[in-house]
Write a protein that binds this ligand. Structure first.
Ligand SMILES: [Zn+2]
Length: 210
């Protein structure tokens, strides 16, 4: 039998939560959310969600003012998810694209959130978890996004970036509406993520599991 620690190559847990996982005292991501633990090591997410997938949704060159003058850095926006109710969005900056992506992927893991799914479409009523339970909206940096539950078989009616996020979250059928500076991809992605987070803001923590 392999321990959780062996699942993530070279991981030496640095936090109390990380040690609890490597010692087998916590064996599911549900426990982390139901207990309200804060994830401070990206490896925790890999240990508990080994099927996690990641996608880079945007890379930008950003200028930063330093004492030595202007410095160019790449900024990567990365989304991770298990296509079954867990999704995270993160960003990372570095002088090399590859490092920016790695930082963004680690940040996305630390931001992983639980998405409540359901059949909130009045046209459907199948009761399965293929969409969202109700309409949610999210805001970020001048962008507002509304996610509207859709009937089974609809698919995700959204821009490419929103499709990637919703797909990795496990939301199969929904409509989206967006307002504001929606061409600003980092803000747009963040607004979609904030909307997904709201699927759990109307319930108490003890409802999170099961
Ligand atoms: Zn349905």
């Amino acid at each position: 039998m392999t321990t959780k620690e062996e699942k993530v190559e070279g991981w030496i847990p640095r936090t109390k939560l990380g040690k609890m996982i490597s010692e087998g005292n916590i064996s599911s991501i549900e426990e982390i959310f139901s207990e309200g633990f804060k994830i401070r090591e990206p490896e925790i997410v890999d240990a508990l969600l080994p099927e996690l997938q990641e996608e880079v949704i945007n890379i930008n060159l950003v200028q930063k003012q330093t004492d030595a003058g202007e410095k160019s850095q790449f900024k990567a926006i990365v989304v991770v998810g298990n296509r079954d109710g867990y999704v995270g969005l993160g960003s990372g900056k570095a002088q090399q694209v590859r490092t920016a992506i790695q930082k963004g992927a680690a940040d996305a893991r630390l931001n992983i959130t639980l998405v409540r799914r359901g059949c909130g479409s009045w046209e459907c009523g199948c009761g399965r978890h293929h969409s969202l339970p109700f309409q949610v909206q999210g805001k970020c940096g001048g962008v507002q996004v509304v996610l509207i539950p859709g009937p089974r078989g609809l698919g995700v009616v959204a821009s490419e970036e929103a499709k990637i996020i919703l797909d990795l979250a496990g939301v199969k059928d929904c409509w989206t509406r967006s307002y504001g500076s929606t061409r600003t991809i980092p803000s747009f992605a963040c607004a979609v993520f904030n909307a997904l987070r709201k699927t759990y803001s109307f319930v108490t923590p003890k409802d999170w599991v099961g």
